[in-house]
Structure formats: structure tokens, C-alpha cells
Design a protein around this ligand. Structure first.
Ligand SMILES: Cc1cc2nc3c(=O)[nH]c(=O)nc-3n(C[C@H](O)[C@H](O)[C@H](O)COP(=O)(O)O)c2cc1C
Length: 197
């Protein structure tokens, strides 16, 4: 099958892009508003675009009523945020943080997560996350209806137990999850790994 994009409806394109470009890592973003309310939300249009210094990218839509999501508003207001990574045991909590709560309600409380003071930015890290990137806004680029946010990491927190010798990552301890299409998620450890000879 081939899909000529200009003749394909938006719903089908959404399903194709989400279902085919997989697995996507999940950037679990914690921010703080100008008013001091903390916020968390997951985003799978997320990746790294530079390593030294690390520059990470998120692409965030508007809500259905066309208003800004709290994450975008907080990042544009404060120019700072933290991207935490989701491990398997945090999966259910991550799903809670994807629900739409009013801006005066913190997802830390709703999901039972602990805010941990960041060293380089005001936004707190998620203490339970094994990896967190403290970022300052590097660039903001609107792409069609999406808000594309580039963040430069100033500090990377990594739990000691997921790093082995020479900073290699132990995926059995890390247990990161990836997003597939629909309600499916991928595990990336154990027998699922393919090693290049
Ligand atoms: C695993 C997962 C990945 C998601 N990825 C995105 C994404 O890449 N872009 C986006 O706009 N929304 C994405 N969402 C939806 C947002 O998390 C959701 O709209 C959230 O309520 C936004 O919260 P906020 O208003 O606190 O920023 C995703 C949801 C889940 C569960």
C-alpha cells in the first residue's frame, strides 16, 4: 500500500506515524509554572538531537480545545524543564500524569510521585525516575500545529545501579519502556536485545 499524503485524512496519518515510527522513547517532562505549581506529562515525540552538549527535542500538540498544554506554557514562561525517563515500574504512574488535570493541580500529587530539587533549574526532577536531564530551553520552533521544543541539558542524573564499567548502561536495571501505536508499549531489555557481531 502507498499513501499519498495530500490525499490521506489526518486520522489515518496519525495512526500511520504513531504505529510505524516505533519504538519511541518517552520524555517524561516535569516543569513548574510562573505561579509555582509543578506539572508532569509524558511525550513520545521525543528524542536526542545532539550529544555534546546533549540537546533533546519534544514535539507537543495543543489540547483539543486548541489551548496550550501546561508543559508548553510552563516551558515558554520559565525557559526551563526536566526530562525524566520512564522505567517499567513507573508505567502506571506515567499514565496518570498523561491525564488532563487543571493547571492548579500537580501531577506529582495525583500520581504519588516525589519532587526532587534540581541542581541547575527550578523545575523539580521526578525522584523515582532513574534518569533525569535538567534542561534549559535552547530553541522553540512551531511546526504546523506542533510546538517543537529543544532543550539543552545542563545536568544528567543517573542512578548508580544502572551504570556498569566505563559508563555502559545495564538495561536489566534500567528497564526503559518505549511507545508503540495504540495502547501498546515496548520493553527494551533481556532477550529482546539484538547484539551486532
Ligand atoms: C506515552 C504517551 C506519550 C505521549 N506523547 C505525546 C506527544 O509526543 N505529544 C503530545 O502533544 N502529547 C503526547 N501525549 C499526551 C500528553 O501527555 C497529554 O496531552 C498531557 O495531558 C499533557 O499534559 P500537560 O497539559 O500537563 O502538559 C502522550 C501521552 C502518553 C501516555
Amino acid at each position: 500500500m502507498e499513501f499519498l499524503v495530500k490525499h490521506t485524512d489526518e486520522d489515518t496519518l496519525y495512526k500511520l506515524v504513531l504505529g510505524l515510527i516505533v519504538p519511541r522513547p518517552i520524555g517524561w517532562v516535569s516543569t513548574i509554572s510562573k505561579e509555582g505549581i509543578t506539572n508532569i506529562a509524558p511525550f513520545s515525540f521525543f528524542n536526542a538531537v545532539n550529544d555534546a552538549p546533549p540537546v533533546l527535542m519534544l514535539s507537543i500538540s495543543n489540547r483539543d480545545d486548541n489551548t496550550l498544554k501546561d508543559t508548553v506554557r510552563n516551558i515558554l514562561d520559565t525557559k526551563e524543564f526536566v526530562i525524566n525517563m520512564v522505567s517499567e515500574e513507573l508505567f502506571e504512574k506515567m499514565l496518570i500524569t498523561a491525564e488532563e488535570f487543571p493547571p492548579d493541580i500537580s501531577e506529582f500529587e495525583k500520581a504519588g510521585l516525589t519532587p526532587e530539587e534540581s541542581k541547575m533549574v527550578k523545575a523539580p526532577r521526578i525522584k523515582e525516575a532513574k534518569v533525569s536531564f535538567e534542561c534549559k530551553l535552547y530553541k522553540y520552533v512551531p511546526v504546523y500545529d506542533m510546538h517543537v521544543i529543544f532543550g539543552e541539558a545542563l545536568l544528567i542524573k543517573v542512578n548508580d545501579d544502572i551504570l556498569t564499567e566505563n559508563f555502559k548502561v545495564d538495561y536489566e536495571s534500567y528497564k526503559p519502556i518505549g511507545r508503540l501505536g495504540g495502547n501498546y508499549y515496548a520493553k527494551v531489555y533481556g532477550n529482546c536485545q539484538i547484539k551486532r557481531c
